[in-house]
Each structure stands twice: as C-alpha cells, then as structure tokens.
Design a protein around this ligand. Structure first.
Ligand code: AP5
Ligand code: MG
Ligand code: ZN
Length: 214
C-alpha cells in the first residue's frame, strides 16, 4: 500500500501517517523529519534546507526529489509506505510518478486531510516537538503524560521555529500557491480521497482506515 498524505501545514499529516504506518507496518517517510534530522546533525543538506525552512519557504525541488526516490527504493519499502510532506509541488509529483513508472509501480492513495486555515494557527501554537526523536504532541489535543517530556524517549519538547504565528501564516500561503494544486493532480490520477481533519484524532484515523479497507 503506497500512500501520500496531503494537507495544509498542521492539518495532521504527520499524526495520521504515524498511525497508518503503525497499523499496516509500513515505513513513515516525512521529508520534514528528514530535513530536521539533517539540521540537527549539521549536514550540508541540513544547512541548505534550514535557510528555507526557517522562512516558511519550500526547500528547492532538486534537494528533495532524489532523496525521496532513493528512500522508496530501500528494502523496507517493498510492501508500501506513507509519504508525509512529499510531494509538495507539481514538479515533485511529476518526478515521483515518473520514478515509480520506471519501476512499474504507482501510488495507491493520496489522502487529503482537510482543515480550514482558521483552525491551523491555533493548532500550531500548541504543538510541541521532541528534540530527541521528533515525536509531536499538542498541549491540549495530544498531551504527553508528563508536561514538557517526550513519552517515547524522555527528550525535551520545544515549539518548532517555523511554528511561530507569522511563519505559520507564510507556510499557509505557500501551501495554497504551490501544494494545493496537487489535489487537482491526484483527482485526475483517480486516487484522491478526502477526510475531515477538524474532528478528533482517532475519528480522523477511523475515516482513513475505512477508506483504505473499502
Ligand atoms: P513539514 O515538517 O512537512 O511541515 P508541514 O507540512 O508544514 O506540516 P506539519 O508537520 O507542520 O503539520 P502536520 O500536517 O504533519 O501536522 P501534525 O500531525 O504535526 O515541513 C517543514 C518544512 O520543511 C516545510 O515548510 C519546507 O520548508 C520543508 N519541506 C518538507 N518537505 C518538503 C518538500 N517535499 N519540498 C520542499 N520543502 C519541503 O499536527 C499538527 C498539530 O495538531 C500537532 O500538535 C497535533 O498533535 C495536532 N493535531 C493533529 N491532528 C489533530 C486533530 N484531529 N485535532 C486536534 N489536534 C490535532
Ligand atoms: Mg508533519
Ligand atoms: Zn522523543
């Protein structure tokens, strides 16, 4: 099962992708997580990506496409995977379609987690991310057992630099301009499915499981 998660920043792509990956035992591939790990480790890729990410802009396509193409070719992806945060532009989607075609493969579902802009800024200001393992929580909607401490690794929780309200607004604008056209793209490919992302996390997941098992 090969799945793409679509949706605005903060729609819950990462939250749902992790649950899908856990239930169906397939890898969760988040380009945002890959970039953040590279930034943390001080790699060349991380240094390049950071200048864009801090401003709420997209990292250039050429820094993303090969990275994902390599990742989905690894052995653990043989039974499928969940892509979270990729593709994010039409050229990225076209590159993905082409790379899969060369392997005789195609994506199965593009799931659009639909949340209006008005809900997003509020949601992001409450998100906390673990500096150790990248796990994400929400102060109100998905709290940790102990305040400020990661449930899975005990790491410290922080507000991501790009989750400050001004940058969130910028990321929303970038989303509408560059990423939303993918909804049309995957509708044409016949694999778009929409879920309501404004309801409870477990209920959103219920909708996703239902459509995957339909
Ligand atoms: P990335 O890390 O992908 O960020 P994003 O798309 O902006 O999305 P987020 O991770 O912020 O949101 P999410 O949808 O995963 O929501 P989450 O589940 O955490 O990318 C960061 C940056 O990297 C980009 O800006 C760009 O610069 C660069 N980049 C990455 N990929 C790229 C690419 N392909 N090309 C170019 N550049 C790229 O949920 C949000 C919060 O809400 C959490 O606190 C969660 O607990 C809570 N929540 C989730 N669901 C619910 C619910 N149903 N009800 C209440 N609260 C909820
Ligand atoms: Mg995410
Ligand atoms: Zn952690």
């Amino acid at each position: 099962m090969k799945i793409i998660m679509l949706g605005a920043p903060g729609a819950g792509k990462g939250t749902q992708a992790k649950k899908i990956a856990g239930k169906y035992n397939i890898p969760h591939i988040s380009t945002g997580d890959i970039f953040r790990a590279n930034i943390k480790n001080g790699t060349e890729l991380g240094k390049k990506a950071k200048t864009y990410m801090d401003q709420g802009l997209l990292v250039p396509d050429e820094l993303v496409v090969d990275l994902v193409a390599d990742r989905v070719n690894q052995e653990d992806c043989a039974n499928g995977y969940v892509l979270d945060g990729f593709p994010r532009t039409i050229p990225q989607a076209e590159a993905l379609t082409k790379a899969l075609k060369e392997l005789g493969q195609k994506m199965d579902y593009a799931i659009d987690v639909d949340v209006p802009d008005a809900n997003i800024v509020n949601r992001m200001s409450g998100r906390r991310a673990c500096v150790g393992c990248g796990a994400t929580y929400h102060m109100v909607y998905a709290p940790t057992k102990q305040e400020g401490v990661c449930d899975s690794c005990g790491g410290e929780l922080i507000l991501r630099d790009d989750d400050k309200p001004d940058t969130v607004q910028k990321r929303l604008n970038v989303y509408h301009e560059q990423t939303q056209p993918l909804i049309e793209y995957y509708t044409r490919e016949g694999i778009l499915r929409k879920v309501d992302g404004t309801i409870d996390i477990e209920e959103v997941f219920g909708q996703i499981v239902k459509l995957l098992e339909a």
